[in-house]
Unconditional design. Structure first.
Length: 201
């Protein structure tokens, strides 16, 4: 590996570390508490303003459950892991549909049924672009000052620097939805024209 290759690998590692963290639904503060690395240091590494040491990379690889090859971009392509179901404190289940970190990745989310009307979703913001499609149920998407209730078949896409959050829209059952996320702002590119709607009679 040449000096240029090493520099390119280190430059790409920051965004891969950020993608790995966001893929697990972790915050900088949460990772800092788990690893002892300050949030400001983590942020500088993720934005390529600081080169990570081997010790830091090993810590973060272990915390995120990824290999060094994945973080370096040298891991061979692999089939999606369909059994790596992850659960979070709010009983949300997340099924990763792509194994690699960096670039577009996809996962399926399932929110449990609720018995009471929910509070407005807590919002977060970060770099990237997100495409969301509801498969089942009703999803409350809080997007900045907007409040949208999406049903099966509804799609939303937005820049994730806009504050956003989701929750089950209310009693009636669970919610299932797909997310495609581009941590560097990657977006889906339609290659066909929209199908014409039914003709008015």
């Amino acid at each position: 590996m040449t000096g240029d290759d090493v520099a390119d690998t280190l430059a790409a590692m920051g965004p891969r570390l950020r993608a790995a963290r966001e893929h697990r639904g972790a915050t900088l503060t949460g990772v800092s508490c788990a690893t002892g690395i300050s949030p400001s240091t983590l942020s500088r590494i993720e934005t390529s303003r600081r080169k990570p040491t081997l010790e830091v990379v090993l810590q973060l690889a272990k915390e995120y459950g990824v290999s060094l090859d994945e973080l370096a971009g040298t891991a061979p392509a692999a089939a999606p892991r369909t059994s790596a179901l992850q659960r979070f404190g709010d009983d949300k289940a997340v099924l990763p549909l792509t194994r690699y970190v960096g670039g577009l990745h996809a996962h399926k989310h399932v929110l449990p049924a609720v018995q009471e009307p929910p509070a407005r979703p807590r919002q977060v913001s970060h770099d990237g672009w997100e495409w969301l499609c509801v498969l089942y149920g009703r999803l409350w998407l809080a997007l900045g000052d907007q409040d949208l209730v999406l049903s099966a078949g509804d799609v939303a896409e937005f820049e994730t620097r806009n504050p956003h959050g989701v929750t089950n829209a209310g009693p009636g059952g669970p919610v299932e939805y797909l997310i495609m996320f581009g941590p560097q702002g990657e977006r889906l590119r339609p290659r066909t024209a929209p199908a014409p709607g039914p003709r008015a009679r």
